[in-house]
Design a protein around this ligand. Structure first.
Ligand code: JEB
Length: 274
């Protein structure tokens, strides 16, 4: 998978070169390119913002640098797009990645590349969305700042990308970079080979629509706190039952809305046609 990120703070994204995602790039499983929006300005001050039409506080990001930056992204992503490389497999039927979204279709049937635009006004990011985005051969992320990006950029981008405004959650950040870090990590770890043991992707929070069970390691007794006896029993049937009970208890206590009409698949990996 190829990922491109456009930001006025490229150094903010430096951690994407570390740890698991860094090794995945060394192994050729992922490539992550960061583009400085200021490289696409034309004035000596490398201006990326201006005052808002209609008045109001703050500044708005100018459209032209964004269009030039995103055109460069389109150009650089074309080989991966044309190869359709690196989706973890067939796109889950019915998901946007599977071409079910006609809006994403290009002339000649080629799918438009996905552009994720972090925004407080976006669709909330979920594990299900992470699975869907992980099916794409390329992803582009536009990190806004100030009061946001001139809306005409998104209108223009829809002619070239499948544009997805996405929010990290219902709180206010100063820009899109933190959201992109979270999304790139959540998506990147789903690309086959990035996480050493794919088993660990199965039993984690949200992968089955429930919060994960508590985990323990040695010593079995620590400062007067003991590991639950069932986990020392070696009885795998009892252990699985206990873990599911813990998941249900935690989810009911902390995220009861996940249980309403819970169809675990509705929150985890999209259903695949049998
Ligand atoms: N994803 C996400 C977000 C953002 C977010 C994302 C991009 C930008 C670009 C600018 N701001 C500041 C800003 C603040 C308020 C109103 N309008 C703009 C951003 C906030 N805030 N909260 C989230 N969950």
């Amino acid at each position: 998978m190829r990922i491109d990120v456009v930001s006025i703070f490229p150094d903010y994204l430096a951690p994407l070169k570390l740890s698991l995602l860094g090794r995945a790039q060394e192994d050729g499983l992922l490539s992550i390119a960061i583009h400085d929006l200021r490289d696409f300005t034309s004035d000596r001050h490398r201006t990326v913002d201006d005052t808002p039409y209609g008045g109001g506080a703050g500044m708005v990001m100018k459209p032209e640098p964004w269009a030039l930056a995103l055109e460069r992204v389109l150009e650089e992503q074309r080989p991966a797009q044309d190869a359709g490389t690196d989706g973890p497999g067939e796109a889950a039927p019915g998901t946007a990645a599977s071409g079910a979204d006609d809006a994403a279709a290009q002339p000649g049937g080629r799918r438009r590349p996905v552009l994720v635009v972090p925004s407080p006004a976006g669709e909330v990011f979920t594990q299900r969305m992470a699975y869907e985005l992980a099916e794409e051969p390329t992803l582009a992320f536009a990190c806004g700042r100030y009061e946001g990006i001139d809306e005409r950029v998104l209108d223009w981008a829809r002619e070239h990308f499948e544009v997805r405004p996405v929010s990290l959650g219902d709180y206010v950040l100063n820009g899109g970079e933190v959201a992109v870090m979270a999304m790139v990590e959540a998506v990147g770890r789903l690309v086959p080979g990035v996480v050493g043991n794919p088993e660990s992707l199965i039993e984690e929070s949200h992968s089955d629509g429930l919060l994960e069970y508590p985990v323990y390691t040695k010593p079995s007794s620590w400062r007067g706190h003991d590991v639950p006896e069932v986990l020392l029993s070696g009885n795998h049937g009892r252990i699985s039952q206990w873990r599911l009970e813990q998941q249900l208890r935690r989810t009911a206590a902390r995220r009861p809305e996940l249980l309403e009409g819970a169809d675990a698949a509705a929150f985890g990996k999209p259903e695949r046609a049998v």
